[in-house]
Design a protein around this ligand. Structure first.
Ligand code: NAI
Length: 263
């Protein structure tokens, strides 16, 4: 069986969109893809081709407009990497609604690609305890209600990441994604040495809690370049058949936390 969108020729140069491209995992991914000769349109709050605040509807529209203008209306892959780990509504607005708007907003620009791909960055915290009320609103309700709940809910970060992975799993096999030949996946990193983790580790008690919550027997926190490798593969022509998955790149943390119960 041949499928033009899956069996694209290998090694062609592609246009990628990376959000969160100014720092950490997004920056490492942008640099890796560029080192392979690809074009990368980076989006971030600063130091990017497209300056867009993904916490707001205006910023999300600016992302789509900017990418459309710079790409001429055709791209090959979207990597929704931007995210924050700060308490409250901003985390829900950026990590969930910003990522979903990135994927949905840029999807039409993928339709002309011979090998379109989408990958988001979830987290090992997606298997941590979460706030069920917030999760339900994220998946089934309105953003304004989610932001209200996120102002008081515990575990907002983990909840946004579980919602993101579930959003991907719900939609990946539907007509807009698999039906359009677009693999849609997530990477769930464990602890990665970036500015985000550095900020969290400044407080010893927070650091101890995070390290205990994400045990990594296969090495501890790792460099963002390792996450970039997996993101780049998932967004490449080579990934023609994996979709709906959240891949844990976590030194074994998910296996420690969930054991074999998920199978
Ligand atoms: P980082 O702080 O180094 O980079 C995040 C980037 O996102 C920054 O350049 C920042 O400006 C951008 N960003 C933040 N708010 C934004 C907004 N409103 N609009 C547009 N861009 C915005 O952090 P890191 O670690 O590279 O984070 C990347 C992703 O990886 C995030 O989604 C994070 O939740 C996830 N992650 C990180 C882990 C870690 O241990 N560092 C572990 C698991 C997931």
């Amino acid at each position: 069986m041949t499928n033009k969108k899956v069996a694209a020729p290998r090694g062609t140069l592609r246009t990628y969109v990376v959000t969160g491209s100014a720092s950490g995992i997004g920056l490492a991914t942008k640099q890796l893809l560029e080192s392979q000769g690809h074009r990368v349109i980076g989006a971030d709050l600063r130091d990017a081709d497209v300056i867009a605040d993904l916490s707001t509807p205006q910023g999300r529209a600016a992302l789509v407009q900017g990418v459309t203008r710079l790409s001429g209306g055709q791209i090959d892959a979207v990597l929704a990497v931007a995210g924050v780990d700060i308490a409250g509504p901003a985390t829900a607005a950026i990590n969930y609604y910003g990522a979903v708007a990135t994927m949905e907003g840029l999807r039409p620009l993928l339709l002309g690609s011979p090998a379109p791909r989408v990958v988001a960055v979830s987290s090992i915290t997606s298997v941590h305890p979460i706030d069920e009320e917030l999760l339900d609103i994220l998946l089934n309700g309105k953003e304004e209600d989610a932001l209200t709940r996120a102002a008081v809910a515990p575990q907002v970060y983990a909840t946004t990441k579980q919602a993101l992975s579930r959003w991907i799993r719900r939609r990946a096999t539907g007509p807009e994604w698999a039906g359009a030949g677009i693999p849609l996946n997530a990477v769930a990193p464990g602890l990665v040495r970036t500015e985000l983790l550095k900020r969290l580790f400044e407080d010893p008690a927070t650091r101890a809690r995070i390290e205990a919550g994400s045990p990594m027997p296969l090495g501890g926190p790792y460099e963002p370049e390792a996450a970039a490798q997996l993101l780049a593969w998932l967004a490449s022509e080579s990934n023609g058949h994996m979709t709906g998955q959240t891949i844990f790149l976590d030194g074994g943390a998910d296996t420690v936390l969930r054991g074999d119960s998920v199978w």
